[in-house]
Design a protein around this ligand. Structure first.
Ligand code: SAM
Length: 217
């Protein structure tokens, strides 16, 4: 079974103003980390992986970084291109899968993937983390989220691969999601030195997500 199919539902969502409405304001964690990095003056080239309609991409470009964005959902990329043009911001966008990023080794100082890389089974997640590590320079910073096993979705619906569930609720979230506990997360990010790790509830009750920052080894 192909498990990295979430972009199809997200593409539908990005096609309507109603679908985009909850995804327009940058997350406080991302703002705090990127403002710190901008202030330090070392970070120059950055990637927003799984950018959606680009709430974080636009923020990164406004901070003055050389900004790249990738997603498999064309409608999200089109919306980001439109917003970047309207704001006069230069952003390099591309449509690509998270498991095969179209960039050379060590290209980025910072990679963000907020609510993205858990869309698949353990093999997809492992490949994606390896790709993130490949495109980051040594000591570059990764910031992202993972689904926690405290999340209400863990164990609900059909387990299609280890720790990977399809909710079967008949809504637009009926695609595979991978869940991990802290020990599993640390093992997945073996090629990184963890800088911070927090389990946080997002907008919906029970929507626990790990928030992490890590430095590439
Ligand atoms: C929950 S949205 C988050 C969007 C954005 N990061 C944000 O915080 O606003 C997940 C995004 O990941 C993208 N995505 C899911 N699977 C993907 C894959 N295999 N390759 C590339 N992008 C993917 C979806 O198309 C969608 O835009």
């Amino acid at each position: 079974m192909k498990t990295d199919t979430a972009h199809l539902a997200w593409n539908e969502r990005w096609s309507t103003a109603e679908g985009r409405a909850e995804w327009l304001v940058a997350e406080p964690d991302v703002v705090a980390t990127t403002q710190r990095l901008a202030g330090e003056g070392v970070t120059r080239r950055v990637l927003d992986l799984g950018c959606g309609v680009g709430r974080h991409t636009l923020h990164l470009a406004r901070l003055g970084f050389e900004t790249f964005a990738v997603d498999l959902a064309d409608a999200g990329i089109a919306e980001l291109d439109r917003a970047a043009n309207a704001a006069g911001l230069k952003i390099a966008t591309s449509t690509a899968p998270m498991t095969a990023l179209p960039f050379p080794d060590g290209y980025f100082d910072y990679v963000l993937s907020f609510n993205v890389i858990y869309h698949g089974d353990p093999d997809i997640v492992t490949k994606t983390i390896a790709e993130i590590r490949r495109v980051l320079r040594p000591h570059g910073v990764y910031q992202g989220t993972m689904l926690s096993k405290r999340n209400a979705g863990f164990g609900a619906g059909t387990e299609v691969a280890p720790n990977t569930f399809v909710a079967d609720k008949g809504d637009d979230k009926d695609h595979p999601h991978f869940y991990c506990n802290a020990a599993e997360l640390v093992a997945l990010f073996d090629g990184f030195e963890l800088m911070s790790l927090d389990d946080k509830v997002h907008a919906r009750p029970g929507s626990w997500h790990w928030h992490l920052t890590a430095e590439r080894r």
